[in-house]
Design a binder for this molecule. Sequence first.
Ligand SMILES: [Zn+2]
Length: 407
Amino acid sequence: MCRKTLKYRLYTSKKDKHLIEQIEVAASIWNHSVALTRRYYRMYGKPLGANRLMKHIAKLRRRNPYWQKLGSQAVQDVIQRLDRAYQRFFAARTGRVHVRRRSDRAASTRGRKAGRPGFKSRHRYSSFTLKQAGWKYLGGNRLRVGRHNFKFVLSRPLEGEIKTLTIKRDRCGDLWVCFSVVVADVTPSAVGCDGHAVGLDFGLKTFLTTSDGDRYEAPQPLKQSLKEMAKRQRSLSRKLRGSNNRRKARIRVARLHRRIADQRRDWHFKLAHKICDGADVICLEDLCLKGMQAMWGRKAARTRRVDDLGYGQFVSILRHVAQKRGKTVVQVDRFFASSKTCSDCGALNQTLSLSDREWVCASCGSLHDRDENAAVNIYREGASSLGVGDVRPSTTPPRWGGTAVAA
Ligand SMILES: [Zn+2]
């Protein structure tokens, strides 16, 4: 059994106001709960448990017709969200000491920063979730929420057993419906590539280089739309605060952001499928974006470029696609010197700098393209750890600039 979320755009209609109102009620309950939790903590020095909070909110709700517009299960969900947010917050706070001591690898996987849950404006609050009650799927693209029927764009088949339903409002003001469904596990019928393995190297110059010698340049949608974005943001900044024109200008900015994100995600999916078309085993380097940033410098344009490329998103999309298609993803240790090691003889080039796009190995004399050499090394490291592919035993790569192993 596996769980997934299917997201559809709702048709705009006059009835949207009922859904928007429920989102705002959820915001009101969220803010009230945040205030209560904080006050309780100030007074007693310990967190207010989710169950007690839920009971208290339920009691308040009985006297509050505005809050009654949101179903009781959706109210529970708001409190559960707050509870999870606090758990992440406390975990991050207590974990911070550990993170510093543990290896960086651990830090990169659990380094998600969780701030203190805060108040949210009702304009910013974006969704509410219904469980069993308060909604009904009417077949096709039709849905009943509360006492109103809605239609959505059936952009893909709605399959599986629906567990929950979330109504979401994005920054453009459009409403979406997200069905959380349970589907039976399908054993992916992997269209075999005879166990062919490929190594991937990510770079700033070339987005992706494979050990087979393929290069992929990222389209950088934000860069493409930078001028238009600046124009729309400028227009927004000129509008009077709180005015209707400012709201419209804000939506125009949000629409462009949404389009850019869509373009990027679309390209990431297509590339992930392309890579899965050509290989059964995919070897990746453990990405550490913070480390990459430190290495590449913090200039604004460069940071924007890294964000625009979206490595992190691509890696998770690639993992998702690979799993769906029955392919294996192997993660190679980040401290493995993939760029500096010669892929022919295993010698280490300590003098390699970032600007060297090509280099000649001092011990065997072969000419290497920087990215391709790294990709071949990643392939070799990953494939040998799995025991697949045509791989000779790898010379153990020295860690942290150990002495070179010359063959
Ligand atoms: Zn060499």
